[in-house]
Ligand binder design. Structure first.
Ligand code: SD4
Length: 371
């Protein structure tokens, strides 16, 4: 993961030489793009696209936005853009933010409905307004004024998953209005629910119904964060998501929060996150990672320190932390990069131009016990 700079820095020692001075002294960077991994090779395709735009001389922000657009428009990725899992009302609400390093400008949208590519709207908020963030109905109104088409973002698969989630809900007496038999033992319960779903959606494939039930019980994590660096040392970054499945309408996560789900300092580097936004916001994660790098930590350590702060908020109680999925991604201005997760097992995507876009293993804070 290291470029030549990082080896030199390690020899010199971070304390001996403020990182910022070293980075400013650099001449040419090797282009690098990193992103979260995402399903269906979403991250690999995103990084490949962004690297292609950079290679063709495109702007670093245009590059990452072109990259994440692939995932936003892919209905199979149900954590981002079109096809994202909806809120508790069955409405898909999207969050996105972007930062353009060279101009130090930023934009964001929160809880926007009906627009497949919120990252593009965030960029227009940055470019075309004197504001930094638009949310809800105002964000949609702005997008439409900018020529975006309002569309239904709820795919049939996401709608089925939403209904399955509703069927999984119980009142305190164990009753649900959305289907019978759920107070049976777990296996029977699952079979009963799948049968019920089959009756409601006779044309849906069995694996779609099984997946819907799985999503209802264990809402999946997703989101895409992408950070880029070109040969001139210019950087940009974007994060885009449909947020937490089944959320309360209007809930914004960390992804549209500048400093939370995304931060970039053109003199230092960028960082972003995926996973449980609330826990990230409690440590201003992306900003913390970049500040750590600014003060000399390599990306890997900058991330691990931030994850330790998350853990500290739970008094390092791993039982409670077991419910928290959180990943950070960091790219330093000299091209050194890393990703790290609270729990072992994550991967992230990288394109360096030296090799085809691929995934690598993230570092992690904790291993899950096998018991
Ligand atoms: C959020 N961070 O809305 C996003 C969701 C996410 O994996 O990344 N899920 O909190």
């Amino acid at each position: 993961m290291s470029g030549t700079f990082s080896r030199r820095a390690a020899v010199l020692g971070a304390a001996a030489l403020p990182i910022i001075q070293v980075l400013k002294g650099q001449s040419k960077s090797r282009p690098v793009v990193i992103s979260s991994a995402n399903r269906n090779d979403g991250g690999v395709n995103c990084c490949a696209k962004a690297a292609e735009v950079i290679k063709a001389g495109g702007d670093t922000l245009d590059a990452v936005i072109a990259g994440v657009n692939i995932v936003e428009l892919d209905p199979r990725d149900n954590s981002v853009g079109y096809g994202g899992l909806p809120n508790e009302d069955g409405v898909v609400q999207l969050d996105a933010s972007c930062i353009h390093g060279p101009t130090r400008r930023m934009g964001a949208v929160g809880a926007i409905e009906g627009i497949k590519t919120p990252s593009k709207v965030a960029k227009l908020v940055m470019e075309q307004t004197d504001h930094m963030m638009l949310v809800g109905a105002g964000a949609l109104k702005f997008a439409k004024a900018m020529g975006f088409q309002e569309e239904n973002l709820l795919t049939e698969e996401s709608r089925i998953a939403w209904i399955a989630w509703k069927m999984s809900l119980r009142d305190r007496n164990g009753h649900t209005n959305w289907g019978p038999g759920l107070d049976a033992p777990p296996e029977k319960q699952k079979a009963a629910v799948l049968q019920e779903l089959k009756g409601m959606f006779p044309d849906a494939a069995d694996d779609v119904l099984a997946q819907a039930w799985e999503y209802a019980i264990h809402p999946p994590h997703g989101t895409i964060n992408c950070i880029s660096l070109n040969e001139k040392g210019e950087m940009s970054a974007v994060t885009t998501t449909s947020g937490m499945a089944w959320k309360i309408p209007g809930r914004c996560g960390d992804s549209p929060i500048i400093g939370g789900g995304l931060w970039l300092d053109q003199d230092v580097g960028g960082a972003g996150s995926t996973g449980r936004g609330e826990e990230n916001l409690r440590v201003c994660g992306a900003h913390t990672v970049v500040e750590n790098m600014k003060h000399g930590m390599p990306p890997k350590d900058a991330i691990l320190d931030t994850l330790k702060r998350v853990s500290r908020n739970f008094n390092d109680d791993k039982k409670r932390l077991a419910a928290v999925e959180l990943d950070f991604y960091a790219l330093r201005k000299d091209g050194e990069y890393a990703a790290g997760s609270l729990w072992q097992g994550s991967r992230f995507a990288v394109s360096t131009g030296d090799a085809a876009s691929h995934t690598e293993q993230s570092v992690y804070l904790y291993e899950r016990s096998r018991a």
